[in-house]
Design a protein around this ligand. Structure first.
Ligand code: ATP
Ligand code: MG
Length: 395
């Protein structure tokens, strides 16, 4: 196997060990698809490893390796193709990233991803960085379950691993409900979090290079429905300036503490007393950053390409106020598989992104719609009009 450097700059449109400079991604979902789009636009070749023949990123990549994430031959093929490799969803097994990292530049590192994959370790990391977390208890044994203080109820029992979009989470009011919930979750390691009085939610995306240079996107204000992101609003004043500054500083210290390389998103709760509490992090681009494709001069995926290829990071600039609406499968079901895109696209400042998923189901992320415009008032008006056409509840 040819050897590419484990660090350094991979310039687009060049040959690396006799092959066109190729960037790889573990996982073929929509985040991988948008990474592939960004990398290809800059002139890189791309390779995706995902077992699904119809994966959104596999469909648009130069190369699609269709094996399981831990398949040795698949990983070897990916290394053979790529000068550097990133990941697009946090449940890619850390051991696979470790294998790749022994031979190729991998960003983020297996160690950083492993921490983000485990809620208990993730919370311990936030505490180490001096960032406030929700009161919580780790529950891995019956003794730990029995020792949970009453002050944590009502709360949310969350599996430590493999949760997303509110899956693997149960809300509990009493000790009896807590015990039943842990039974229902088959006694896997969990974290019980106190239910907090939320005024709002927000998130921050940073990109950090191997040289420690760091840039950030503006603070995103997020509305979740049924545990799934529904709406992201990004414009000046979406959250009070002081909270925004705190959230950005906290995110940078979380990235710094991990010696992180790549794109990192940290999600926060804004409590009713206007204090900030960190919720969780994603070691990759995030749904709340999709607006950056259309509203910023560099998107979160451009930043991912730059960190992976060792290119300079330049502070991104948002050029338009924006609102992003997630397009869940529910819309397809409501409209008998044919949502009225013609009506939506007749509105000014609409950017439709569909992920190429052929089968809609309830809660499945099928695409997103970003609205941009010259003023917050105009963007809000078109976003609400688009939501109305699509049957999305007003916000
Ligand atoms: P993601 O898709 O973001 O990875 P997830 O499945 O990891 O989601 P969380 O982010 O832990 O889930 O929770 C989903 C949503 O549930 C939060 O965005 C928030 O609206 C609500 N929530 C979670 N924890 C709490 C809490 N401790 N108090 C109040 N609301 C909460
Ligand atoms: Mg979340």
């Amino acid at each position: 196997m040819s050897h590419a450097p484990l660090s350094g700059r991979i310039l687009p449109g060049t040959l690396v060990n006799g092959q066109p400079a190729t960037l790889g991604v573990m996982g073929g979902g929509q985040l991988g698809r948008m990474f592939v789009h960004a990398a290809q636009r800059m002139g890189y070749f791309t390779a995706v490893l995902d077992p699904d023949a119809a994966s959104p990123a596999g469909l648009v990549s130069h190369h699609h390796i269709q094996t399981a994430y831990l398949d040795e031959q698949g990983l070897a093929q990916l290394m053979q193709r790529c000068a550097a490799i990133t990941t697009e969803f946090e449940n890619v097994p850390a051991p696979a990233l470790r294998t790749l990292g022994a031979h190729r530049l991998v960003a983020p590192s297996a160690d950083a991803v492993a921490i983000a994959q485990d809620r208990a370790q993730e919370k311990a990391h936030f505490v180490r960085c001096g960032v406030p977390v929700a009161p919580h208890a780790v529950i891995e044994t019956a003794a730990q379950l029995a020792a949970v203080p009453d002050a944590l109820l009502p709360g949310i029992l969350k599996t430590s691993r493999l949760g997303y979009d509110g899956k693997g989470q149960l809300r509990v009011k009493t000790r009896a409900e807590l015990a039943a919930a842990w039974d229902e979750l088959k006694h896997v390691p969990c974290v019980l979090e106190k239910m907090l009085p939320l005024a709002a939610e927000c998130s921050v995306i940073v990109a950090r290079g191997a040289d420690g240079q760091m840039v950030n996107l503006p603070v995103q204000r997020n509305l979740h429905r049924d545990g799934i992101l529904a709406v992201t609003e990004v414009f000046d004043g979406n959250v009070p300036a002081e909270l925004a500054a705190q959230a950005i500083a906290a995110t940078k210290s979380v990235a710094e503490g991990l010696q992180y390389v790549g794109v990192l998103c940290v999600e926060f709760f804004v409590l009713q007393d206007h204090t900030l509490v960190v919720n969780e992090m994603a070691p990759r681009p995030h749904n709340s950053g999709h607006y950056s494709i259309d509203a910023c001069d560099q998107s979160q995926f451009d930043l991912q390409v730059r960190t992976l290829a060792g290119l300079h990071l330049v502070q991104p600039r948002q050029h338009s106020p924006s609102i992003m609406l997630n397009l869940l499968g529910d819309i397809w079901l409501d409209f008998n598989d044919v949502p009225p895109w013609d009506k939506v696209l007749a509105l000014p400042g609409t950017h439709l992104h569909l992920y190429g998923k052929l089968k809609a189901s309830k809660g499945r992320k099928m695409g997103h719609l970003t609205l941009t415009g010259p003023s917050v008032a105009e963007v809000r008006a078109t976003a609400l009009a688009a939501a109305k056409i699509l049957g999305i509840a007003p916000f």
